[in-house]
Design a protein around this ligand. Sequence first.
Ligand code: CA
Length: 512
Amino acid sequence: MMPPVLSSTHNRAAGLLVASRCRIGMLISMTRLNHLLLGLFATLILFLAPRPLADARPNFVFILVDDLGWSDVGCFGSKFYETPSIDRFASTAMRFTNAYAACPVCSPTRASILTGKYPAKLHLTDYIPGEGNFRAGSLLIPKWTQALPESEVTISRVLQQAGYRTASIGKWHLGPKEATPDKYGFDVNIAGGAFGHPPDYFFPYGKPPQQLPTISQSGNKGEYLTDRLTDEAEKFVTSAKDKPFFLYFAHYAVHTPLLARPDLLEKYKAKKPVDEQKNAAYGAMVESVDQSVGRMLKQLDDLKLSDHTIVVFFSDNGGLWPQATSNRPLRAGKGFAYEGGIREPLLIRWPGVTKAGAASDTPVISMDFYPTMLEMAGLKGDAEQNKHVDGLSITPLLRQTGEIQRDALYWHYPHYWRGGQSRPFGAVRSGDWKLIEYYEDMRAELYNLKDDIGESKDLATTNVRKAAELRGMLHAWRQRMGAQMPTPKPATARPTTRPEKAEPASEEEVWD
Ligand SMILES: [Ca+2]
């Protein structure tokens, strides 16, 4: 575009010079040239000025709720829990209706978010430390990895090395107590350690030595964990606001023990159950999380950060059913292969890119955050890590410019959960079809999620061809991942990893 403009300007300037041959003409010519230079200068200034978010390095606030079910918030269908802040956020963000956790329990999904890899590939397939073997089960679980290797390149490490200020606030749960977030690319760690759940939701958050790292030493009587973590998150944002930051805000809520703030508890006790959602303490815990989300979004507005901060809202596995919540219309809950165990509420707001109130039905999964966030931040990441990343960048969905190319999503859980309530399984979703394979007898179940979101009609024997196709895909994927399989238990085998428990001693004793 530039050469024709220059040439036309020069021609006109030359004409003036010929006509007058005087200094006026030269002055006119200089004035035009000055205008031209000014124009070029202005263009250059515009080019160098802060760029639109899609091209610049945005901040990230990644809110991860623990054990929050798919239908536990208003914008995903709950009529019992009150989540006005999350619902309002949804109206400004993009809502994913088919978003999945890579695992129906905590640690593997968290590892998949941070590394972009399938838990099956990491051999980190159960919550840490897990339940060990199960006496009544016919299989021995494999020797799986009980800490995220420090050699893994996490999204936090990549962002930290690119100059981001990084913080992990809340639950970590990716190894023994030495395996703290600072070993994985976080500048700041508040309350994160080996804990899969808080010993107590009220200050001082347990009794020594079972107390949460960093926040049990100081606090106020009656202080509630979700509120305290939000205070800490606000402090971090205030301190980090002048450079790009990544806040991984992983609430301990709404995991057991179900302990809620008294004011909210009273409110929910007075409410009528809806669709089998009825636990007052759990409802109050959900609403505390909602208040936290509201506070974070308000702070971003107040500090004028909202326009260049990407906000993600997600959960690590399905709601604890039936003790805490109901995931209806989805079947079952945490720990299970059914949708109630793995489908999650996901909201993403990418300022300047996502359209307010948009929705996507395309299946996405927790490994997708790693490559997506790299692209959002304009970073290449680690070449070696990238070769092994299983997730896909979902920016075409966020931009609404196209689909992502993926045949299927897979799950692999070679473990018994909660004393055998859930049994070792693998699962695959391809299009509307989902197959679950139980490893004890290799029995398969097949569902069409489009017609039957509640997985009530097993079609494995009526659509044998589809079942065989999906089973073949699942087996081939396990091979590609190097997935560890459980092995038949010899009659003489005795459990070796941890003492077994058939049932929790009480409702408050926590399984994960
Ligand atoms: Ca969890």
